[in-house]
Design a protein around this ligand. Structure first.
Ligand SMILES: Nc1ncnc2c1ncn2[C@@H]1O[C@H](COP(=O)(O)OP(=O)(O)OP(=O)(O)O)[C@@H](O)[C@H]1O
Ligand SMILES: [Mg+2]
Length: 498
């Protein structure tokens, strides 16, 4: 048994990566899927495509590494979180496209549900504000919209799942999820780790359609068909929790920041949930088998890498994401322009569903190169806001936030200009590990631990190796001035959507 395979079904692509015992990549396959935008603010995926691509990359990764099923000890699954699929139990056919986490169609529904209680109606039980971000209201929308769906759901004929459930169903036939994914639905009691039947009833999600909640690391079932038939699936973690695990943030106070479609900073807070006073979410970080669950505080930013994609696809100014760095380097600064990508409103720490994107500070001087810089900088500024919230919550809860360097990963950390600017704006070093595919790696660890491929979490720590570190070099006065301008730009996004 030489490898563990991780399936990473993400927002923009599906990947399968094979890891060896040292946590190094032995094989990789990836396939992008279409983003479907039926209306402004709506984002969908075709669930059948997500599954077909997952199946494809699984086989392709084995081929690439020249590995047979017999060489695979276990499979771990990680996934884009909150994205909601409803399918028929009998046929496995989805009754609607998947509604993606960034989708804002449940805006009015969330306001209604909040009512006089406010957006924090379920915060003490779920760790989450009522927001379009989470799954529960998306399920309700599908049941309200597809004719006959509510009756069928109540009769147990329909299954709801986040993407982990959808993948597990297709791999193994079991209808399950793990605690980390369940903690993003607004339907799970964070302490009992069970569906909260009262909240389910109030949001309008019949419990008959919910998956069984499992730990993040245990043997769930064997794969039923395809090239890995008979291999156990033994780990499930939502993508951000997986990255936290893969980055070896295994003790309270350890944090990571992932730069993908959006940005997600997670701080391990230990075995009791910590509730934020500064706009962060409380979420399950991981649960290994029967061990107590570990919780995290999370700062979720909806749009970071997605803004680079927008620059590429909607404006057509660059042909590939990586080209943004060369363009940005042709100028010394942003020329006074600030871009606030509030495409789905603003998530952490401000939670402003009424916000929409702006470009502020435009003058005749500003070129596409300044905009390229402003795009990269917006990621760093948003991260700074989340970091400030993290520090404030950590201090209030007597957690000592690891302050040596921030561990980073994800597609955008290939961007050297951004990473230097990030260190400058945080006034803190940022460090990228040798294996940047921490999301897949975390899922592999969860699966490998369950089958004894790795003997314990000490192996994860031992495998973590630093690659590049960026150290802050910006004078304090300059940093403060830029943060002030950023803040002014953000205020201009407010009160746009009704
Ligand atoms: N060199 C680069 N500079 C800036 N942004 C980049 C660069 N390379 C990739 N990106 C951005 O990074 C994102 C992809 O990163 P990554 O693959 O980690 O995303 P992801 O969120 O994990 O994807 P998924 O949602 O499928 O999981 C894209 O949004 C892309 O625009
Ligand atoms: Mg990802």
């Amino acid at each position: 048994m030489r490898y563990v395979a991780a399936i990473d079904q993400g927002t923009t692509s599906s990947r399968c990566i094979l890891f060896d015992r040292s946590g190094r990549i032995a094989g990789l396959a990836q396939r992008e899927h279409d983003q479907i935008f039926p209306k402004p603010g709506w984002v969908e995926h075709d669930p059948e495509t997500l599954w077909r691509n997952t199946e494809f990359v699984l086989g392709a990764a084995l081929d690439e590494a020249g590995v047979r099923a017999a060489d695979i000890a276990a499979v771990g699954v990680t996934n884009q979180r909150e994205t909601t699929v409803v399918w028929e139990r009998e046929t496995g056919r989805p009754i609607h496209n998947a509604i993606v986490w960034q989708d804002t169609r449940t805006d009015r529904l969330c306001t209604e549900l909040a009512g006089e209680h406010g957006a924090d109606r379920y915060a003490d039980r779920t760790g989450l504000p009522l927001s379009t971000y989470f799954s529960g209201p998306k399920v309700r929308w599908i049941l309200d919209t597809v004719p006959g769906a509510r009756e069928r759901a109540e009769a147990g004929e329909l299954c709801f799942g986040t993407v982990d459930s959808w993948v597990l169903w297709n791999l193994t036939g079991r209808h399950i999820t793990d605690v980390t994914n369940a903690s993003r639905t607004l339907l799970m009691d964070l302490r009992r780790l069970q569906w909260d039947s009262e909240i389910c009833a109030e949001i309008g999600v019949p419990t008959a359609m919910l998956p069984e909640i499992c730990s993040s690391s245990e043997v769930y079932a064997e794969i039923t068909s395809g090239p890995l038939a008979g291999i156990p699936v033994a780990g499930i973690l939502g993508d951000q929790q997986a990255a936290t695990f893969g980055q070896a943030c295994l003790s309270p106070g350890e944090a990571k920041n992932t730069y993908g479609t959006g940005n997600f900073m997670l701080l391990n807070t230990g075995t009791t949930p910590v509730f934020s006073e500064h706009g962060l979410l409380t979420t399950v970080c991981y649960r290994l088998g029967e061990q107590p669950p570990v919780y995290a505080l999370e700062g979720s930013i909806a749009v970071t890498g997605a803004l680079v994609q927008w620059f590429r696809d909607n404006l057509g100014i660059i042909g590939a994401a990586a080209e943004i760095e060369d363009l940005a380097r042709t100028v010394d600064d942003n020329g006074g322009a600030y871009i606030v990508p509030a495409f789905s409103g603003l998530f952490a720490p401000r939670w402003r569903p009424d916000a929409r994107g702006v470009i502020a500070g435009l003058t005749r001087f500003v070129t596409k190169a300044h905009l390229a810089r402003a795009i990269l900088e917006s990621t760093a500024f948003q991260t700074r806001e989340v970091m400030d919230a993290m520090r404030a919550d950590a201090e209030a809860n007597e957690l000592s936030l690891e302050s040596v360097a921030l561990k980073v990963d994800g597609g955008m950390v290939a961007n050297d200009l951004l990473m230097q600017f990030q260190a400058d704006i945080l006034d803190l070093p940022v460090v990228r590990p040798l294996v940047n595919e921490t999301t897949a790696l975390g899922a592999a660890y969860a699966a490998g631990l369950a089958v004894g491929y790795w003997s314990g979490t000490d192996d994860i720590r031992a495998n973590w190796t630093a690659d590049t570190t960026w150290t802050p070099a910006m004078p304090a006065a300059e940093r403060e001035a830029r943060l002030r301008d950023w803040d002014k730009a953000v205020e201009r996004t407010y009160n746009w959507a009704d």
